[in-house]
Ligand binder design. Structure first.
Ligand SMILES: [Zn+2]
Ligand SMILES: [Zn+2]
Length: 306
């Protein structure tokens, strides 16, 4: 079985939080990686409510520097300092992130220092294209039109070659280090016979999570969202308010569904609904479902695995 990736919605509100919905924050957990996308006000409390330790965080990705997506950063840093966070917290964002983070630390210098005077180590960088490329996964950033510098992010688990134990058994081959070359695509010889990758291994399909927060409807997003296992999108409005959505540089549920459909995504999660839908968020969901059946409403502290 492939290692699962878990997505936890820590906050799903629009610009103004409600008792049920906190400001935007999404956690992607895969192996030892815990990547937080956006850090709205109160995100550290949401971690506690979700019973996840914020100290496990490895990376923080910021989509754009609007208050509802970043006001939780100083508080989170202060808690990590007090928890003796001993890794380097890597923070990525769109153009200008270094300057914005400098401003945060100038305004709140104490948040990165604990009572033992130890300093939290941060590494802040602009993210573009494939800015993280590890053995098992990569993360890609792409521009989103929202009136200020904004990024969307794709977290992609790579396809992996796995040794097929059944095939080994049938062929009478013992498992072990001699199969390492097979994983690299090379042939091996065993008891005088040659075996290639396709004789002994199979490809385990990777997975893709694409997160596109605040922004206008851009057909170009399809290129990045293509064949996502989970596409998570800001869907502030319904079609009735399409003009208003455009004016405020946000999207409608119908537009999100169109992107999901054109992308051949497996599932669409709608988030960042305006307060207008506090009492009846289903109208947003129902609108999306008309175009893209496999649509869901993101909910605070709910998670799913793929
Ligand atoms: Zn927002
Ligand atoms: Zn925004």
């Amino acid at each position: 079985m492939p290692e699962k990736v878990k997505i936890t919605f820590l906050g799903t509100s629009g610009a103004v939080p409600t008792p049920e919905r906190n400001h935007p924050a999404i956690l992607i957990s895969f192996g030892k990686e815990n990547v937080l996308v956006d850090c709205g006000e109160g995100t550290q409390t949401q971690f506690r409510k979700a019973k996840i330790s914020a100290a496990k965080l490895t990376k923080l990705l910021i989509t754009h520097w609007h208050g509802d997506h970043v006001l939780g950063i100083p508080g989170l840093l202060q808690t990590l300092s007090f928890q003796d966070y001993n890794k380097i917290l890597r923070i990525y964002g769109p153009r200008g992130i270094e300057k914005e983070m400098d401003n945060v630390l100038k305004a709140f210098p104490s948040v990165v220092v604990n009572e033992m005077r130890n300093k939290l180590r941060l590494d802040v960088k602009e993210a573009s294209r494939k800015f993280i490329d590890e053995e098992d996964f990569f993360i890609e950033a792409f521009p989103v039109e929202h009136g200020i510098a904004s990024n969307g992010y794709c977290f992609v688990i790579k396809d992996k070659m796995r040794i097929d134990k059944n095939k080994l058994k049938k062929l009478g081959i013992k498992p072990g280090k001699h199969l390492a070359e097979i994983k690299k695509g090379k042939t091996i010889s065993y008891n005088g016979k040659r075996y290639s990758q396709k004789d002994l291994a199979f490809a385990e399909k990777g997975r893709k999570i694409c997160i596109v927060m605040d922004g206008i409807y851009e057909p170009g997003i399809v290129r990045y969202a293509k064949e996502s296992d989970a596409l998570i999108m800001e869907s502030a409005y319904t079609d009735e308010f399409a003009e208003l959505a455009k004016e405020h540089k946000h999207r409608t549920a119908k537009q999100c569904a169109e992107i999901a459909k054109k992308s051949d995504a497996k599932r669409l999660f709608l988030t960042h609904l305006t307060n207008r839908y506090d009492k009846n968020p289903e109208v947003v969901l129902n609108e999306a479902k008309k175009t893209f059946k496999n649509s869901f409403l993101a909910q605070d502290l709910k998670s799913f695995e793929i």
